[in-house]
Ligand binder design. Sequence first.
Ligand code: SAM
Length: 272
Amino acid sequence: MEVTNPNKALWEKGDFTRIAETMRQSGEEFVETLGIEPGMKVLDLGCGDGTTALPQARRGAEVLGVDIAANLVAAGNARAKAAGLDNLTFREGDASNLEGIESDRFDLVVSVFGAMFAPRPDAVAKEIVRVARPGGRIVMGNWIPGDPTLVAQILKISAAYTPPPPEGFVSPMTWGDEDIVRQRFTAAGISGDNIRFERAQWAFRSDLPPSGLLNIFRDYYGPTMNAFAAAEKDGRADQLQSELTDLFESHNRGSPGTEVRATYLKVLVTKG
Ligand SMILES: C[S@@+](CC[C@H](N)C(=O)[O-])C[C@H]1O[C@@H](n2cnc3c(N)ncnc32)[C@H](O)[C@@H]1O
């Protein structure tokens, strides 16, 4: 009997490409800060359909995108092909166990709101460090627990409507806590001097009004879909819809259309 991996099932649910379409400009801006040079070997972990992997490859890097969701890997490979990028490959894999990927291989390991969602975060830190080359860099973008901006609030509101996670589950939001992230990377062999943090902003943009952008999350973003499914069972779907509508409307700064910015923690590590 096939055993279901709930982490994989969550991200194969819906269609994250629909959210990713609202983030392309932020992906470009993020990659602009990475100092990509032609020929650089880059691993993009939890790459989705390539919001950051495509811009990396367009700058001439040799990019491997790894993601747990088969549908997003297929979407990424289709986008790379359509863009004529033969220096970019997407493949299925789990950030907690990068078996098949040799140690010390990459100049740069990037994970934008990706590896944070993998189970066993200590193993994730060890795997990221293992596959980076000595002197190589690691850059993560992670949502911040308790942050008042969009995504942390969507996840917080959604969690209040979903059943409690199984015992032993470590919240992905712990990747937005500087002390915990420092502990994870030092346990993986990185010296504290080689770990830095910055705060940055990520934007979601749509021609639709805020309610339209919310509908995209409700219909295509796994964590929000699960929250609505659970809320419906409890007869609380209207309440969830109204909380999220208030959230999206109060954070919107676009007109016409929607632009919502969310703060995230940028983790910058050098493998000494
Ligand atoms: C919020 S999306 C971000 C996708 C992409 N980095 C972007 O910015 O468009 C989270 C991604 O992490 C992937 N993911 C979740 N758990 C993972 C795991 N254990 N290993 C690899 N990827 C994972 C999901 O499939 C999804 O593509």
